[in-house]
Design a protein around this ligand. Structure first.
Ligand code: FDA
Length: 304
């Protein structure tokens, strides 16, 4: 969900000179380490093992999106295959999260579908699953359709849905029919009013309605992905009467004390651990969600 200030942050951070300040200066890179585990698979594995010791599951996200050619898409697939192999070797209680535009959706849809299937097959060999992130609204239909096709063959996929999108209840009908896990989040992109709720109150109400819907359905495994106390309270209450499993999900570096509290009170929690050198678009979405994060950067930059 992106507020007016958040939209301004997104527009500001998309400017090439601003991007350069973030990626080429020490304060900019330091801010990224608050939300990103590091640039290498070893960094991600170290973060995952630390979380594992605290009782959290993980979902490893090798950052990247909107690749422009086939070789970039193939290399993203290979990076994820290596990531799955490490999850297996290290015995980490985790899976991977992928963006379909990173696997070639939009440039070579056939390759993206083949790669998603290859990841699902490798994940099955090590006894885990693949979560598909949800990206901008122009990709929602293609993402749900590709999820349905690959899930019908492999059965170990999950899909993120965005509460701010007006179409999400209809997409959920399709996802429930396909089975798998569903990650319910508010939505992180700037979307127009005809497609997405704009006010915080509307998005929160939609989130609670969808929480009720997924918690009440036995065909899917719900993951409630939020750091919002009120949404967490609603999910906790609805979760009490659910006989099948479910979990909370949160982002690496966001509300870590709350993460500890949920684990201490016996909740299942999966932490989404992003890593890799393509961290800039991910960072801008975290800044847009909480523009106050920008001040950490500006203060650090000013003190240099
Ligand atoms: P909200 O934004 O209202 O935040 C609640 C509180 O959490 C804030 O008051 C603040 O204290 C804290 N907080 C939230 N974000 C913060 C930040 N960046 N820095 C510091 N504090 C912060 N989106 C999407 O479009 N597609 C996807 O596939 C995913 N995947 C995904 C996976 C997981 C595991 C999570 C947790 C989230 C996503 N998202 C996502 C992002 C999601 O849509 C949403 O933008 C963020 O989670 C922020 O929304 P909250 O529900 O946390 O509420």
């Amino acid at each position: 969900m992106t507020s007016t200030l958040g939209r301004t942050v997104l527009a500001f951070t998309e400017q090439p000179p601003v991007r350069k300040v973030f990626t080429d200066t020490r304060p900019g890179r330091a801010l990224s380490t608050r939300f990103v585990a590091g640039e290498t698979l070893d960094d991600a594995v170290a973060a995952a093992l630390g979380l594992d010791r605290r009782g959290a599951r993980v979902s490893l996200d090798h950052l990247g999106e909107h690749v422009s050619d086939r070789s970039q898409a193939e290399s993203a697939r290979d990076d994820y295959l290596a990531c799955l192999d490490r999850i297996g070797v290290e015995g980490i209680d985790g899976n991977i999260s992928v963006k379909l535009t990173q696997l070639g959706l939009g440039t070579d849809d056939g390759l993206a579908a083949e790669s998603l299937a290859a990841l699902a097959a490798r994940a099955r060999e090590i006894g885990t699953s693949v979560s598909v992130d949800m990206e901008e609204s122009e990709l929602t239909e293609a993402t749900v359709t590709m999820f349905e096709r690959v899930q019908a063959v492999h059965g170990n996929l999950g899909l993120a849905v965005q509460a701010y999108l007006r179409r999400t209840p209809r997409d959920l009908d399709r996802i429930i029919a396909a089975g798998g896990h569903v990650r319910l989040c508010k939505g992180a992109y700037a979307e127009p009013p005809d497609l997405a709720y704009q006010s915080r109150a509307e998005v929160n109400a939609a989130f609670d309605r969808l929480t009720r819907l997924v918690m009440g359905n036995g065909r899917i495994y719900p993951a409630i992905a939020t750091h919002d106390d009120e949404r967490i309270a609603v999910a906790t209450e609805l979760g009490r009467s659910r006989t099948k499993g479910w979990e909370f999900q949160m982002l690496y570096g966001v509300r870590t004390k709350l993460q500890e509290e949920l684990l201490a009170s016996g909740h299942k929690l999966r932490v989404y651990v992003p890593y890799g050198s393509a961290w800039y678009p991910y960072l801008t979405r975290r800044l847009a969600e909480r523009p106050a994060n920008l001040w950490f950067f500006l203060r650090a930059a000013a003190s240099r």
